[in-house]
Structures are given as C-alpha cells and as structure tokens.
Design a protein around this ligand. Structure first.
Ligand SMILES: C[S@@+](CC[C@H](N)C(=O)[O-])C[C@H]1O[C@@H](n2cnc3c(N)ncnc32)[C@H](O)[C@@H]1O
Ligand code: SF4
Length: 371
C-alpha cells in the first residue's frame, strides 16, 4: 500500500547527536547552540549518555554528530561521548560516521581520536575563502586555518570530507563567488554543500537588516552547478554535490524519509510513526535526564496522509533518485504532478518523478504546491 513505509525504511536507522555549543555565535545563524562552557559541556556529555541509554542495544546504520560545533568539545569530552556511543548502541555495521568540524577548534589529537573511534567522514564549515567575508559572517577562523586543518585531516587518513560554503552575501559579486568556487575546488574534497545566505529571524543579520538578492544568488547557483559538473561532481540533492559514490548516506536517508534517532538538546528524531523534538535548553535537558524525565517536548504522530506529503517533499530533493510515481496517486498530488509536468518543473524518467535541472533553485516553491 502506498501509505505504508517502504520496508527498507524500518530496517535502516540513523543516529543524530546534537552538540549545542559554539565558541561564538555566527551573525547569520539561528541553529540551536549556546556559548561553549567546560562545566556545562561536561554535564551535557553525561546527559547524552543517559539519553542514549533509553535506546540501548539499537542497531545503527549511520551516525552524524553535528551542531553547533562538535569539535569545540575537549578530547576528554569526546572520549566520554564515544564510550557511551560504543557502550550503548550496536554500531558494528555503521556504514557512515560523520563529525562536523569548525576549523578554529580542531587539533591533530582530536582528529586522530575521531579516526580511531570510527569516524569516516568529516564535514567542515569553510563558508568563504575570503577573510573579509569570514569576518563579516562572524566566523572565528581565517582561510589559512582552514587550509591547515584540511591538510591535517588528510594526513590523519580522512578520505571523505565535505566542505560547507555560503553564497550570495551582500556585496559579493559573481566574480568573487567564482574565486570562492575555484579555490574550494582546488581541495578536491569528496563532497560540497552550498547554501544561499538566508537571513533568519533572531539573528544579528536580521536585526541589522542584511539584504540578499534572489537573482544574484540564482546566478551564483548556476555558476557553481556548471563549475562543479565540469570537475566531475554529481549534483545529487538540492544543495549537495559529491564525487561518484560519495553522497552522504546518513543525510540521504533523511530525504528517503527513513527513521533516525535524535539525541541531544534541540535534536529531532523520527521513530516508528512518530516525529519528536527534544527540549531546546541545555541546562533543562541536563536536569531532566538527571531526574529520569522525558526530554521530548514535541511529538507528532505521522499518519498516512502526512507521511505521503513528507515523502514527496523530501524525495523530490534527491535529484537523481527521484521518487516513485506511485506516491502521486492521491487526486491532489496527481493534479499537481500533471501541472508540474506541463510547466516543465518536474519530469518522469523510468517511473521516477524528478525535478528538472532549471527548477532546483526554486525547489521550495515547487514543494509547497504539494502541501
Ligand atoms: C548546522 S550548520 C553547523 C556547521 C558548523 N557549526 C559550522 O558552522 O561550520 C551547517 C551549515 O549550515 C549553513 N548555514 C547555517 N546558517 C545558514 C544561513 N543562515 N544561511 C545559509 N547557510 C547557513 C552553513 O554553511 C553551515 O556550515
Ligand atoms: S554556523 Fe556553526 S559555528 Fe556558527 S553559530 Fe551556527 S552552528 Fe555555531
């Protein structure tokens, strides 16, 4: 039945662990994180271990430690985190284990330790190669620091690295962006994530009225797509490019609407037919777990109807994989599909519905028609 989850969905389980600490908040960012403090981070790592214990014995296929800034944790805290991970879950067959790094908080010792505990993929936030832009964004690192961290990671045998970039900053010209792409491509990383700057509420950028331009961002996106294709990168998701067979397995399973556990303050999870979100307050998260209480603050039952819409919206993000045409049987979805086929925003290839290349940049607009 179309409304049932595909059986492969129930046999794949990802694990996301949120580390909600940053050395300093970037001026554009509204992800949940607070300023790093050693005492609170020690308590947090203990709380994560208590939280994990609730899922003892679960078999995990992929792990993603993200933030915030996971690399801001001390070596000692990383060791403790790894102990609870290895002691709680069955991670013997984890295929991909990603760890997010911010260049200013990386050391050789941390990288070596991460490699030892099974991390086989790194995601590094570069954002820009121009020191002026990095300053403008409120980043703590410069380009030189990124270069030495990247080099260190290669020396520690990391052969699967993602680089995050942000484009369409105010005053950034197409020529500037071409230089960012050129210098980034020189690293020959296995994966690239490119995001148009989005001015989010509750950020200093929002309060100081930073303005971005859709048209400029669109041109920048087009240029990147062309340059990356010329270098052999496959555009497999709206904002993600990779070398052959280097797509993020963990993230791809989100887009396939598969299940995942979310540990940590502010993390979301999706288990059985329920989506949940953990409390976005580090101290409360720590205290609740100490008292043996529940940290989930939002729970939503995903019925067949919600599941179908979510699967369509997430699945269309996978540009090459697409989504089986059978997901569009409902009259509303079918008529939107026909409309999109007619106006050329979607296409069908071997029974898979896919976004057309020219419409990737306006994905959100197309997705909203199915809601
Ligand atoms: C969850 S963040 C954390 C990654 C890591 N802490 C860092 O800053 O490098 C993942 C990525 O989202 C992107 N991002 C965050 N806020 C953004 C915004 N307002 N506009 C565009 N991209 C954003 C950045 O590229 C960032 O590296
Ligand atoms: S972009 Fe990354 S480092 Fe900057 S505040 Fe957000 S999570 Fe922290």
């Amino acid at each position: 039945m179309m409304t049932d989850k595909p059986c492969s969905a129930s046999s794949m389980l990802g694990l996301y662990i949120h580390v909600p600490f940053c050395s300093q908040k970037c001026l554009y960012c509204n992800f949940f994180s607070v300023r790093y403090n050693d005492v609170l981070a020690n308590k947090y790592v203990c709380a994560l271990s208590r939280h994990a214990a609730k899922f003892k014995g679960k078999k995990i296929d992929s792990v993603y430690i993200g933030g915030g800034t996971p690399s801001v944790l001390s070596l000692r805290q990383l060791q403790q985190l790894s102990q609870s991970l290895h002691g709680t879950f069955d991670i013997s067959e984890v295929r991909e284990f990603t760890f997010e790094l911010n260049p200013e908080s990386v050391s050789k010792e941390k990288l070596r330790f991460l490699r030892e505990i099974g991390v086989n993929r790194l995601s590094v936030g570069l954002q820009s190669v121009e020191d002026m832009s990095l300053k403008f964004l409120g980043r703590l690192h410069d380009f030189k620091t990124f270069c030495s961290v990247y080099d260190m990671a290669r020396k520690e045998n990391f052969d699967n690295i993602n680089i995050d970039l942000i484009y369409g900053l105010p005053n950034q010209t197409l020529r500037d962006w071409e230089q960012v792409i050129k210098k980034t491509l020189a690293f020959n990383s296995e994966h690239l994530s490119l995001y148009p700057l989005s001015v989010e509420r509750n950020t200093p950028f929002y309060r100081s009225n930073v303005i971005t331009c859709d048209d400029v961002q669109r041109h920048m996106y087009d240029r990147a797509a062309e340059d990356l294709a010329n270098k052999g990168y496959i555009h497999y998701e709206v904002s993600n490019w990779s070398k052959q067979n280097r797509e993020s397995f963990h993230n791809t399973n989100y887009w396939r609407n598969f299940e995942y556990l979310g540990l940590g303050a502010g993390a979301a999870g999706y288990l059985g037919r329920e989506r949940y979100k953990n409390i976005e307050d580090v101290s409360r998260y720590v205290d609740l777990l100490k008292d043996g209480c529940n940290v989930e603050i939002e729970n939503e039952y995903i019925d067949g109807k919600i599941y179908e819409v979510e699967t369509i919206i997430l699945g269309l993000r996978l540009l090459n994989e697409g989504l089986d045409v059978s997901y569009f049987k409902k009259p509303k979805h079918y008529s939107v599909l026909l409309e999109c086929l007619e106006d050329g925003t979607l296409k069908i290839e071997y029974d898979k519905v896919k976004l057309t290349e020219k419409c990737v940049f306006i994905f959100n607009h197309i997705a909203s028609k199915f809601v």
